[in-house]
Design a protein around this ligand. Sequence first.
Ligand code: 5AD
Ligand code: SF4
Ligand code: FES
Length: 348
Amino acid sequence: MNQFEIKRLVDQAYEKAVLDKEEITALLAADISDLDYLLQKADQKREEICGDEVHLRAIIELSSYCKQNCYYCGLRKENEKLERYQLEKEEIIKTAQMAAELGYQTVVLQSGEDEYPAAEITEIINEIKNTTGMAITLSLGERDFAAYKLWREAGADRYLLKHEIADRALYEKYHPGMSFDNRIESLKYLKTIGYQIGSGVIIDLPGQTPEIMAEDLLLSQDLELDMIGSGPFIPHQQTPLKNGKTGTVEMTLKFTALSRLLLPLAHIPATTALGTIDDEGRQKALLAGANVVMPNVTDSKYRTKYQIYPEKICVNEEAGDCRQCIGGIIASLGRFVSQDKGHSLRQN
Ligand code: 5AD
Ligand code: SF4
Ligand code: FES
């Protein structure tokens, strides 16, 4: 693709938020050195839609137990080398309250597929809401629809459930025993009962192609996602994909930029995985369409045990360290930390 053609497609995406599968594929396949214009227009769109404020979401990794066996993930059940932990209810509530004191406006309750008792999650939601008023995102994997409903009624605001890869065959190969349809149906159901929904994609998973990533973006548009994230694949030695190749910063940035242009109202995080493969990864994403960062607030004694992929950043830091670090990164870009909850822009 020549510069003229790239500019035409980027301008069309910028103006109409519409590209077809071939067009998205062509942009994703183009050499990043030709794509300054894409990143620049995505940054411009971010500025118009979100301004210079960056939303922070504090993550509590509340359990590393998981009943699934995703081919890429270090928390998979068959990884017997991983020492597991599960936080008590009181510990989760205390951590959330500490996050509120650090100024966070959203807490993300995240875990492997642990089947943490639904009633306890409800109590945690109630207690966090009553004592902090923070927005609550749940990221607990696939649960039965009754649990989603219960938690929504208890006041949970958002649900994060990544579809990971939009190719059914690859999805089902890498997620033994799981169903692509159930994943998508869960996201749709969550939206109908009033959750703001987030999804995301692992960039450069083995077998992932620009065509499939184009499908990821088209599916994300169809689902009217309130949030879309993307992080590079990082091979983990205790998984079947240990010999896979690490995803690239370039592809992650292209995907981030196209996410901003094709889903202009979405919240887009600069992911920890991108920060892990490149010291400046999160900064680069914040300059290519991203407007959210999700720092860890889990007590440091658990952090090494939540090893989704190796060398994950921030495992030796405490919540306060990460809050400061992120504040510095955001300020260094001439941006600022938002003072509000950062609800979906689609509802305004
Ligand atoms: N590399 C990058 N991201 C990963 N995830 C899991 N394993 C990896 C990996 N090896 C992401 C997935 C999943 C979340 C738990 O972390 O997107 O949703
Ligand atoms: Fe479990 Fe999620 Fe990891 Fe899959 S990606 S093994 S569901 S923690
Ligand atoms: Fe954790 Fe920078 S965000 S140390």
